[in-house]
Design a protein around this ligand. Structure first.
Ligand code: SAH
Length: 352
């Protein structure tokens, strides 16, 4: 990406930076030093890169740029555990990034696209369609923004969930660049096992991801135990029906040894009845799988409501009785519109 005529270094690997700077008289090892300034120290001015000579710094500034994100809006949940940030990039496009403070560490939920093309019936991210893909650097910038905030409290980002706005596997190359960049020693050095990617079930890309050999956790958004209901909630099911998605989940689990998480958003009167729980248990039986039940964050535009607590518990108990590993997502940030795309939708609605 370029800003005016300058090449942006943010989002590049150290070896790529090295290739770009050597024609300007800098040694290749400087690539890693610059990457450390960008990704470890969050420095966005060449002038502050003090292990380079003044002359080198000004030559870099003449020829290269470093993009930054700017904060457009933020919300904190009443319990202080969840904070949501609307972050804007150089073209003023904005996405949501969420910080969740769990007892086991700090988790960041990143967005991978501005808007989304998948058209799921219950999701606010897709209300105005896909605007554009984010670059690897733009996804990483969200994590680094939160890292800087946490540094002030002597804390760090412990895990990343790729579960914000967008379908990550529809932006495959940029998302993979992000995953590899955040793992680099000159960046956050985050273990692949601390990264979870959530997909609506793009089967071909799931197989491609399994072949990368990265031990990241795969979450699959199921939301229905049969094709009729799933197609109603998730149009992608017409392209990749349930049985193909489950088969790809099995292949991913076999290839990586990692248990799949199946996400199931509970919607009152739609997919939360005992018959659905039994059907779900039947299709998941014998698979290396966890089920994560997510009581829906109501999207008023769609008229979809959250089940009563007793219905949620009943659904959970049926799965347990059938020996399915199940957890109910702890209420986090429902009071701050933490569901995908809800803050952006609210803030950006007036922009059209
Ligand atoms: N596109 C990817 C990742 C982004 S959505 C995917 O579909 O998995 C992350 C998760 O939030 C998905 O399981 C999605 O179905 C769920 N989700 C979206 N809107 C929601 C809402 N209003 N309430 C609860 N969960 C929601």
């Amino acid at each position: 990406m370029t800003i005016s005529d300058k090449t942006d270094l943010f989002g590049l690997f150290a070896y790529e930076i090295a290739e770009l700077i050597t024609p300007f008289g800098l040694k290749p090892y400087r690539g890693k030093q610059i990457a450390e300034w960008l990704y470890k120290h969050n420095v966005h001015q060449f002038d502050a890169m003090t292990n380079l000579s003044k002359e080198q710094r000004s030559r870099l500034a003449e020829n290269f740029a470093i993009t930054e994100v700017t904060l457009k809006a933020k919300q904190h949940s009443a319990d202080g555990q969840t904070s949501k940030f609307l972050l804007a990039f150089s073209d003023d496009m904005a996405v949501e990034t969420v910080l969740m403070r769990h007892s086991y560490g700090n988790s960041v939920c990143v967005s991978t696209q501005v808007g989304c093309a998948m058209g799921c019936a219950f999701c606010a991210s897709t209300l105005t369609g896909l605007v554009r893909n984010l670059t690897g650097g733009e996804i990483l910038a969200q994590v680094l923004y939160i890292t800087e905030l946490l540094k002030l409290q002597d804390q760090k980002v412990d895990s990343i969930v790729i579960m914000g706005s967008g379908e990550p596997l529809a932006n495959y190359d940029n998302v993979l660049r992000f995953i590899r960049l955040v793992h680099e020693a000159y960046s956050l050095n985050l273990g692949y096992r601390n990264i979870t990617l959530s997909t609506s079930g793009l089967v071909m890309a799931m197989d491609k991801l399994a072949a990368e050999g990265l031990p990241i956790t795969l979450s699959i958004s199921l939301h229905a135990p049969n094709n009729v209901l799933r197609s109603r909630l998730m149009p992608v099911n017409n392209r990749y029906p349930l049985e193909q998605v489950l088969a790809a989940g099995n292949r991913y689990a076999e290839a990586t040894g990692r248990r799949i998480t199946y996400e199931y958003t509970l919607i009152a009167g739609v997919n939360d009845q005992p018959v659905h729980a039994k059907e779900l248990a039947a299709i998941l039986k014998g698979r290396l799988a966890n089920v994560n039940l997510i009581p829906i964050n109501p999207v008023p535009e769609r008229g979809l409501l959250r089940p009563e607590l007793s219905e949620i518990n009943r659904f959970e108990q049926i799965l347990k009785k059938e020996h399915i590993n199940v957890t109910v997502r702890r209420e986090m940030g429902a009071d701050i519109a933490a569901a995908c795309g809800q803050l952006r939708h609210k803030v950006c609605q007036s922009d059209g």
